[in-house]
Design a protein. Structure first.
Length: 301
């Protein structure tokens, strides 16, 4: 359902851009029509990211020289465009159908958990890099997109059980982006840490986000700043080691330090945004280290 909605949005932006380009051509000629067409596509497809970045700009103005801030903002807009326009609407094209993982009991499979209104295609770049490094990777889907996080945690339990059964692995590593980290924590609170070597959260609103009130669904209400649901979850210390990454340029987790978690190892990336964080080598290095075979494994932090 989610990728169908994303395709509809993509087609709608193209139709609107085509209409605007047509009127510009009628008014000012063919070159103007082409220019308006492409500018409209660019603006419409990146408007959400641009608006969100503008909202968070005040917290970012003193963190780096202007040129680095501009580069960081451009990278975040591109990451948003790639994930929501290029990858997720065409999930099966990029990720293929879910395949059985090979039996490899000595490995630690990496289970990648998407965030709010995202599917497994958001992990395409990171999953490719981890696979090239010899890791077994299972990027999962959670549905429906606006469901209660505890319900999604029960789905994650089934995914983890399937991965362990297919690979014969005793433990998996959980990696969650944004809401995906909360789904992982809810799963650990429900089921304990047996079979899980650790959890890595990327831009996860552990204490909520003030901007969640603008989103739809039960899960959005649970992710509101200092919500009752989060308060209950935060009384339960995770039963496995956690490494929390936060992004100083996070336009969706507000305030950014909500992505920190008491007792967890922490890495702050001041020039990263909510989605460009997925491409940072610091995050990839921690995931690779934490998922290394037991004979050479090192602590996540």
């Amino acid at each position: 359902m989610l990728n169908q909605l994303l395709r509809i949005v993509l087609v709608a932006t193209l139709v609107v851009a085509a209409i605007l380009g047509h009127f510009a051509r009628e008014a000012w000629g063919f070159p103007a029509g082409v220019l308006v067409l492409f500018v409209s596509i660019a603006v419409l497809q990146t408007s959400v990211a641009l608006a969100a970045l503008a909202l968070s700009a005040g917290d970012f103005l003193t963190q780096a020289p202007l040129t680095r801030r501009i580069a960081a903002s451009a990278m975040e807009v591109f990451a948003f465009w790639r994930i929501f326009i290029q990858l997720m609407p065409f999930e099966n094209f990029w990720m293929g159908k879910a395949q059985t993982l090979p039996y490899a009991p000595d490995n630690i499979p990496v289970v990648l958990i998407p965030g709010y209104c995202c599917n497994r295609a958001m992990w395409f770049d990171l999953a490719r890099d981890l696979g090239a490094s010899g890791r077994l990777v299972a990027a999962v889907n959670l549905a429906p997109p606006f469901a209660d996080i505890d319900r999604l945690a029960r789905q994650l339990e089934q995914h983890v059980a399937r991965v362990r059964e297919q690979t014969g692995a005793e433990q998996v590593l959980l990696v969650g982006h944004s809401m995906g980290g909360l789904v992982a924590r809810a799963y650990l609170a429900q089921c304990g840490g047996a079979g899980v070597v650790g959890l890595i959260t990327l831009a996860t609103p552990h204490h909520g986000s003030r901007r969640a009130k603008l989103a739809f669904g039960r899960n959005a209400r649970q992710m509101q700043w200092n919500s009752e649901w989060l308060g209950a979850l935060n009384t339960k210390a995770p039963p496995v080691p956690v490494h929390a990454f936060w992004a100083g340029r996070d336009e969706f987790v507000s305030p950014a330090h909500s992505a920190c978690l008491s007792g967890a190892a922490e890495t702050g990336l001041p020039l990263s945004g909510h989605y460009s964080l997925l491409w940072r080598h610091e995050a990839r290095s921690v995931i690779l280290r934490a998922s290394a075979p037991p004979a050479v494994a090192r602590p996540m932090n």
